[in-house]
Ligand binder design. Structure first.
Ligand code: F6R
Length: 270
């Protein structure tokens, strides 16, 4: 199963991620990072940016692949994941924007009716990840309904990158990024599939707040089910779940997770 690390707050979680990724980049200067948007990874990106700056880590060859993208909004829309990843990751880390890709890059606002183009974009993205040698560390958030990427409940656990319909709950949750107006939130997206995500070498899922507690409990201690897509992490040989007390509040085996982490040899990292 995944390693569960319960931390005080987002800053502490960010520091754990930042240390692991900075060490990875030092060992592998052209590391491939899997990048998520949303609020959960922001402290982790800030922590990584600080370490890169303080320790003069060269990120000029680091590559990145975003997890997902809305369909039907242009790449330069401030809420497109293309723009968001540039603003929250590429610029603060000082990465080369030409080495960072998002699944909607080939689409740029293509309408849903452009089925041929949209259908080709997913497999092309998976091929690009494969050509890069796979993703070394994939950071993930989790939806209140257990989605990862935009793989909503019911998504195939073997899926590749493809078009999906956003669940109404996800559109409600994300309306905060669209002037609190659900009608402005796109209805469709293109997302790495669960099968794509499971191919990354290391998964790091971050979750904070009581709103995530149910999804976290189902992910970690429930059965593997397409109705909680994040539960597929149980099938991954190297998955790390970093959560605060509130997100951990519905876990039955908290004491065990704490015990294991406390006794973990430092050299193992995460
Ligand atoms: C974002 C993504 C989503 C979010 C999830 C949680 O690229 O793929 O799965 O990670 O919706 O969002 P936050 O972190 O805003 O709670």
């Amino acid at each position: 199963m995944a390693e569960v690390i319960i931390v005080k707050d987002q800053e502490e979680a960010g520091a754990v991620y930042g240390r692991a990724v900075a060490d990875l980049i030092k060992a592998k200067p052209d590391a491939v990072l899997g990048l998520a948007t949303g609020s959960s990874p922001l402290a982790a990106y800030r922590a990584l940016a600080r370490i890169i700056h303080d320790e003069h880590v060269d990120v000029s060859h680091v590559r990145g692949f975003a997890l997902d993208e809305y369909l039907g909004i242009p790449l330069d829309h401030p809420q497109s994941y293309h723009s968001t990843i540039r603003r929250t990751v590429v610029e603060p880390l000082g990465m080369d924007p030409n080495l960072v890709y998002a699944p909607g890059d080939l689409l740029d606002g293509a309408p849903l009716s452009d089925g041929k183009r949209i259908a080709q974009a997913g497999p092309a993205y998976d091929r690009a990840i494969e050509k890069a040698g796979g993703i070394d560390v994939q950071i993930l958030g989790i939806g209140t309904d257990g989605h990862v990427g935009f793989n909503e409940p019911g998504s195939s656990l073997a899926s590749g990158t493809r078009v999906k319909t956003l669940a109404e709950q996800t559109r409600i949750d994300n309306a905060r990024f669209f002037d609190d107006d659900i009608d402005k939130v796109p209805t469709h997206c293109i997302t790495q599939g669960i099968g794509t995500i499971l191919k990354a070498h290391h998964l790091v899922l971050l979750a904070f707040g009581s709103g995530k507690a149910k999804a976290v409990a189902e992910t970690v201690e429930g059965g593997v089910s397409a109705f909680c897509p994040a539960s597929a992490l149980q099938l991954h040989p190297h998955a790390t779940i970093i959560i605060d007390e509130a997100a951990a509040s519905r876990l039955c085996h908290k004491a065990y997770y704490r015990y294991v982490y406390l006794h973990k040899p430092q050299w193992q990292g995460i």
